[in-house]
Write a protein that binds this ligand. Structure first.
Ligand code: UDP
Length: 237
C-alpha cells in the first residue's frame, strides 16, 4: 500500500454530505459509501479524526432567521451533529473499524466526553475518532470545530470534503466560466470571502499553520487521493 503524505488528518464532512441525494436527514447508503472510503484510507497508515456538520438536520442561523433565540438554535444544531456522528460510527463499525465518538456537550450515555489526550491515544491505536457537538459553544461552526480540534491534536491537515471539487473564483453552478484555484493562501480566502470555511475557522488555521485541502466528495476515492498527496481540489496554506 502506498505511503500517506500525512500522518494525522481531520476530515470535515458537512451535514449535507450525509444526506446524499435527499433534501433532509440521513441517507444510510451514502454514509456506507463514505465508511468504505474511510476504511480504504486507513490502510495507507494515516490516523483519521472526523468532524461532521449538522446542516442536513438543523442549522442555528436558519432557526434564528425564523425568530428563534440564536443560542438555543445553535445548541439544536450541535445536537444534530451528534445524530450524524452516531450514524457515521454505526456505518464505520459495521465495517469493523474501531470508532469512538467524543462529544463536546456531555451526554455520557451516548458518547465519550471530548478529552484531548484520550482522543490522541485512540488515534495512535488506529481508531477513528469522531468529534461531535461542535466546539460545544453557540455562535461557532463545525468548520471552526475542525480547525480547533486539528490544532489541539496536531493534525497535519484538514480535508474539507465538499459538494464542489475545489475553490472557485465564483459559483461554478451559476457561472460556467468560473475558475478553480489550485492553491490559495489564507489571507486571500478571508479577503475575497471565498467559500472554503467561515472566517473564524480560516483564521484559526492561519494562526496555527494548518493546511486545508478542499475537494469534492462526490467522487469516491478522493479522500485517499488527497492523503496520498495527489494534487486534486484546492490547497490552502
Ligand atoms: N454549532 C454551534 N457551535 C459549534 C458547531 C456547530 O453552535 O461549535 C451549531 C450551529 O448552529 C451550526 C450547526 O451546529 O449551524 C450545525 O453545524 P454546521 O452548520 O457547521 O454544519 P454543516 O454546515 O457543516 O453541515
Amino acid at each position: 500500500m502506498p505511503e500517506a503524505k500525512f500522518s494525522r488528518v481531520i476530515i470535515k464532512l458537512s451535514g449535507e454530505a450525509l444526506s446524499g441525494n435527499q433534501e433532509y436527514g440521513i441517507d444510510p447508503q451514502f454514509i456506507n459509501s463514505i465508511a468504505k472510503e474511510v476504511k480504504e484510507v486507513l490502510k495507507t497508515g494515516v490516523e483519521i479524526a472526523i468532524v461532521v456538520g449538522g446542516g442536513n438536520i438543523f442549522r442555528g442561523v436558519a432557526g434564528s432567521a425564523k425568530g428563534m433565540d440564536r443560542g438555543t438554535a445553535d445548541y439544536m444544531g450541535m445536537l444534530a451533529t451528534v445524530i450524524n456522528s452516531l450514524a457515521l460510527q454505526d456505518a464505520l463499525e459495521k465495517l469493523d473499524i474501531e470508532t469512538r465518538v467524543q462529544t463536546a456537550i456531555a451526554m455520557r450515555q451516548v458518547a465519550e466526553p471530548y478529552i484531548r489526550r484520550k482522543a490522541m491515544r485512540h488515534l495512535e491505536k488506529g481508531r477513528v475518532v469522531i468529534f461531535a457537538a461542535g466546539t460545544g459553544n453557540p455562535f461557532f461552526s463545525t468548520d471552526t470545530t475542525a480547525a480547533l480540534r486539528a490544532a489541539e491534536i496536531s493534525a497535519d491537515a484538514i480535508l474539507m470534503a465538499k459538494n464542489v471539487d475545489g475553490v472557485y473564483d465564483s459559483d461554478p453552478v451559476k457561472n460556467p466560466d468560473a475558475i478553480k484555484f489550485k492553491e490559495l493562501n489564507y489571507i486571500d480566502v478571508i479577503n475575497r470571502g471565498l467559500g472554503v470555511m467561515d472566517s473564524t475557522a480560516v483564521s484559526l488555521c492561519m494562526d496555527n499553520k494548518i493546511p486545508i485541502v478542499v475537494f469534492g466528495l462526490k467522487e469516491m476515492e478522493n479522500i485517499k487521493k488527497v492523503v496520498l498527496g495527489k494534487e486534486i481540489g484546492t490547497f490552502v496554506r
